[in-house]
Design a protein around this ligand. Structure first.
Ligand code: PLP
Length: 383
């Protein structure tokens, strides 16, 4: 028997979340069209981000779940090929662009759109064989200061790309940027946004601005170009990009796409004064029934989760007691006399606490917990 732990992955929840983002964009379009007719003529495309093994969900599962998206965005060149082999025919976007000249023929063969963020990449393209021209997004650094060209370099870099276009290396040119702070109501969200509009200077190509936070909080940023490519990631997995719970005024109803479940392996009864686990991090004040669950930090459950982190046991709310160890964690069964060996514990996801709640109780973020699910946890597709 395999160890009783699994991650349930729901492609239908992924699909639901894509539709929620699309609906939010459509409502914004209707709203903006009232004062600006031109907005009606613009198009919005959703590029579902599936980097990092689809935020821990499995690339192939995500290809299925995001079938309704217009594109898939990723970091690894290998994943591009995997997507094509799995039958994905729509657009693919390489978010950081290529890493080596040997990647370019792969992009040409698989019709991949690539970010261009450096002079090194431009030089590699200049030296590449003009087999098939590829679509590119010129990456503008609007304050994140990781990748991209400064706004004041934008015109010069665009001219270089246009030369490569004439040489048959590049097909279409767009512009992209990535927010450092779209999860906050910071003035620099607006400042960064203005920077890319100025850097672009009404160039007519596609524009890609919004991650999850911006797609949800600033959907109006997706209407400046004829063709706008949104790049949501985390929200499509039902987790929030914001520090706080998703605000009601964002009117999106996201569903969790990953549920981590494990079973109770053993039950212990502590007397008052007994403690449980490493470091005796929890000491019982009265007689306490403890369930020992087949999930630990080697599965990706955060070791930093505090006493009291919520769990659900056979559908009833309960909590973590004591320190999370490598292969096990311990939960309170005192108020659940029916629960015992074999009971199902939902650590996060459908039927349990949200992954964001568990992250909050651990000083982590939902992104980390998803990506941190380890290989030894079998993934099971649910419908
Ligand atoms: C990861 C990533 C995204 C998605 O970010 P979320 O916060 O998960 O929505 C979008 N664009 C780029 C360039 C990224 O690297």
């Amino acid at each position: 028997m395999p160890r009783p732990i699994q991650a349930l992955i729901s492609p239908s929840a992924m699909s639901h979340n894509v539709e929620q983002v699309r609906a939010r964009i459509q409502r914004t379009q209707q709203h903006l069209s009232k004062s600006n007719q031109a907005v009606q003529q613009t198009q919005q495309f959703i590029c579902a981000v599936i980097k990092a093994n689809a935020y821990g969900h499995g690339t192939l599962n995500a290809i299925k779940g995001f079938a309704q998206a217009d594109a898939l965005g990723m970091i690894d060149v290998e994943d591009l090929v995997r997507c094509r082999e799995a039958g994905w025919r729509k657009s693919l976007l390489l978010l950081e662009g290529f890493f080596d000249a040997s990647d370019i023929p792969v992009l040409q063969e698989h019709r991949v759109t690539t970010a261009i963020h450096s002079d090194e990449q431009i030089a590699m393209l200049a030296h590449a064989k003009a087999a098939m021209p590829i679509d590119v997004f010129l990456k503008i650094n609007t304050g994140m200061n990781r990748l991209g060209f400064l706004p004041e370099q934008a015109a010069e870099k665009l001219a270089q790309l246009e030369d490569l276009q004439k040489a048959g290396k590049i097909a279409r040119i767009g512009h992209m940027m990535h927010f450092a702070n779209a999860d906050l109501d910071a003035p620099y969200v607006q400042a960064a946004y203005q920077q890319i509009l100025q850097a672009r200077a009404h160039y007519p190509g596609p524009l890609s601005i919004c991650n999850s936070a911006a797609s949800l909080r600033y959907p109006q940023f997706a209407f400046d170009a004829q063709e706008n490519w949104l790049r949501p990631g985390i929200c499509l997995y039902g987790s929030t990009p914001f520090n706080t719970e998703l605000a009601d005024d964002l009117v999106v109803n996201l569903k969790p796409t990953m549920s981590l479940q494990a079973k109770v392996l053993a039950v212990q009864t502590l007397k008052a004064g007994d403690s449980v686990g490493y470091g005796s991090a929890y000491t019982a004040e009265r007689e306490t029934r403890i369930g020992v669950v087949a999930c630990g930090y080697a599965d990706g459950y955060p070791r930093s989760a505090k006493n009291g982190t919520p769990v659900s046991i056979d559908g009833q709310r309960s909590q973590l007691l004591g320190r999370v160890s490598m292969d096990m964690l311990t939960v309170d069964l005192t108020h659940l006399p029916q629960a015992g060996v074999g009971s199902t514990v939902v650590l996060w996801g459908e039927g349990g606490p949200s992954i964001d709640t568990v992250a909050d109780c651990s000083g982590r973020i939902g992104y980390e917990l998803m990506c941190g699910l380890t290989k030894r946890v079998p993934q099971v597709i649910v419908e």
